[in-house]
Write a protein that binds this ligand. Structure first.
Ligand code: PLP
Ligand code: SF4
Length: 339
């Protein structure tokens, strides 16, 4: 019989920090990031300028997974502010998905049949430079009690809703107390069968997967799905691996979504290594998203023919279940659109 994955003893992780402390203690100053990684500081003024548009934010344990002195590191590229972000690029806009117009009530997005997205926390542990939410008028705070009641009323009033997706920002930036209350209230609505959590936290701050978190995820009648967000195999260190396995072993369906990013993972070797590392950690690839055309992210773009060619290479080298679905978001479409 397989032995279950134990929680990693704190001592072994060289940290006694809680996830809340780690979240509060992220790197925010470009100068510090450059120093920690011993980067050449000639591009520092441009990085500082780009931060005025979208701040730098990166957990220290994520920085520790990067290679020192290497501007091409695939993890660094996801968070490093660049002067190029400020260049005008035709077709790249503030709200490429038109989400600002599709909120029937604050914090709730109902675009697809049967599934509703709840913004349960505006904050993220990490600021990914390619993020389509980078220009959203988010605040770091959680929804108020009144807003939560409004969301629940909406869910109760529409029997076609079967699945509730916790989103953000990063929903796991909210407290386990708030999340467990919300799960309890959602589980009391008979037509809802499934709870899904979309979070990058198990990847960037793996100690977020606490006993308490596993408790509200499993102590419910709802089916539970965790969709994590990991773009490169180097993001999966031992601690991330253990956290993903813990989720999997708790009976949660664990899936990954990645974004196809030039210079980060736009080669077959990186995508294959990612699928394999995820699978070893009990996680299946779900979506590979084509970049949303958000202002400031044009340098990450990969063309569609190139993206399709990469998927063909994966199909040739991996079992079908390790090949993610290549999709893009089309404003107004009823689902993610296959490419
Ligand atoms: C992506 C997304 C979902 C979930 O779609 P799936 O294809 O079920 O993963 C739901 N609502 C919104 C608004 C989304 O963007
Ligand atoms: S964690 Fe997700 S929502 Fe947050 S900045 Fe990164 S891509 Fe955007």
């Amino acid at each position: 019989m397989k032995t279950l994955t134990p929680a990693i003893p704190q001592a072994e992780l060289h940290t006694t920090e809680s996830w809340q402390q780690t979240l509060a203690n992220v790197v925010r100053q470009p100068d510090e990031l450059f120093s920690l990684l011993k980067l050449d500081k000639t591009t520092l003024p441009a990085a500082i300028a780009a931060c005025k548009d979208f701040p730098l934010r990166v957990p220290r344990s994520f920085v520790a997974r990067m290679k020192t002195g290497c501007v091409d590191d695939p993890l660094l590229k996801q968070v490093l502010p660049l002067g190029a972000e400020l260049d005008y690029q035709p077709g790249f806009t503030d709200d490429p998905l038109g989400e600002l117009d599709s909120n029937p009530i604050p914090g709730l997005i109902h675009k697809y049949h049967g599934r509703v997205l709840l913004i349960v926390s505006g904050g993220c542990a990490i600021n990914c430079r390619y993020c389509f939410r980078r220009h959203f008028p988010y605040q770091d705070n959680n929804p108020s009690r009144a807003e939560r009641q409004q969301m629940l009323d909406y869910l109760r009033s529409d029997p076609s809703i079967q699945e509730v997706i916790f989103s953000g920002g990063d929903p796991l930036a909210a407290s386990d107390q708030l999340l467990s209350e919300l799960v309890r209230d959602i589980a009391a609505i008979p037509h809802i069968t499934t709870l899904r959590v979309h979070s990058r936290m198990p990847i960037v701050i793996p100690q977020r997967i606490t006993e308490q978190c596993l408790q509200w995820l499993t102590d419910t009648r709802l089916n539970t799905v965790m969709v994590v967000h990991c773009n490169h195999a180097n993001e999966i260190d031992d601690h991330v691996h253990q956290s993903l396995r813990q989720l999997n072993e708790a009976g949660i369906t664990v899936l990954n979504q990645a974004v196809l990013l030039a210079g980060v993972n736009d080669d077959a070797e990186s995508l294959i290594a990612l699928s394999k590392a995820l699978f070893t950690a009990g996680t299946l690839p779900y979506y590979l998203h084509s970049l949303d055309k958000v202002k400031g992210a044009a340098h990450f773009q990969v063309t569609e023919p190139r993206a399709k060619a990469l998927i063909d290479q994966l199909l040739n080298q991996l079992p079908g279940y390790l090949v993610p679905k290549l999709v893009k978001e089309v404003a107004g479409a009823g689902s993610k659109t296959p490419i």
